[in-house]
Design a binder for this molecule. Sequence first.
Ligand code: BGC
Ligand code: ZN
Length: 369
Amino acid sequence: MKAVGVFPAERRFEVVDHPEPGIMGAMDVKLRMLEVGICGTDKEIVRFEYGNPPEGSHYLILGHESLGEVVEVGSAVTALMPGDLAVPTVRRPCSQLTCAACRGGRQDFCFTGGFTERGINGRHGFMAEYIVEGALNLNLVPRKLRDVAVLVEPLTIAEKGMTQLWQVQQRLPWTQNGPDQPRGEGLRAVVLGGGPVGLLGAMKLVLEGFETFVYSLSPPGSDLAGMAAGFGAKFVPAETVSVAQMAEIVGNIDVVYEATGVSSLSYEVMKYLGTNGAFILTGVPALKGPKPVDADLLMRNQVLKNQVVIGTVNASKQSFADAIADIGQFYQRWPKAVGSLITHRFPIDEVREPLAGNAGGIKSILTIG
Ligand code: BGC
Ligand code: ZN
């Protein structure tokens, strides 16, 4: 079968002919892959800056944001059947008995660093015609989400971040709104970055009732202002509005959701985080040497304003379930905005263009099946 293989030692990547996997265990599920999203992590992997092939393999099959259709199930699988749509989680646990996180099924919090990630570290990913995955790592997707469910994985980043936000903000007893009242009502959120992670995070914040501002540069030809307005957020252009001016426009910033991976911008914005505010970091900058920050002001504010910084990576199965439910909500409320996140679709043979070319736009998707 066709798959996208990255050969780090030879510094090349190409469509390879890989043996088609088959069901081995009673809990295995075989999927025909329909679509795989491409993100910054994939681009780093094809620049050979990140990622590792499985032990014993010269190449890594790329791809971790995916949607597949079940074609065959092992004898003990009851939750899925052929024809169902499913999205797999990405991270698999380490083997250390002492890792409480992995032993508890929460490898997204792995202590040892010995975890693997499909399509990223030590395990083949989803840019292939077929994959086999354990049923417990798969999340059933309603058929009506066929066209947008490839966005589930990038949305899980926001889901895990928001879950932690509310856990931390339990320290503010008055924010525990009733079940019918959105928890973010009356609060203000700033999203840094108008890429897929930022825009999906902004949709989640709007859904939660926040007054939401997206602060970003605009890639040429994009209409981020129109897009943000389309789902009830406000766009603030970073080309013409300074961070200080943006903070002035917003007022007390209760939450920052960072989705740029730019450390200098993030720590500049952190100076303006509001009283009792939380700053959620999701980007992974390359290590380019120390950069100055206003450490006195940051520390002073963090103490005197009861602030919290939350770093968050990867996501649990629960966050996938939350993302599937929420993408359904988004799609129902804002079908146009959700649809317009996917700006390009490429067949697998043209994978070079979105990975190493100048596809531009917001989200590029590889269509496989
Ligand atoms: C993926 C995460 C993964 C992280 C680090 C991200 O692009 O969405 O699942 O944990 O990269 O490898
Ligand atoms: Zn990704």
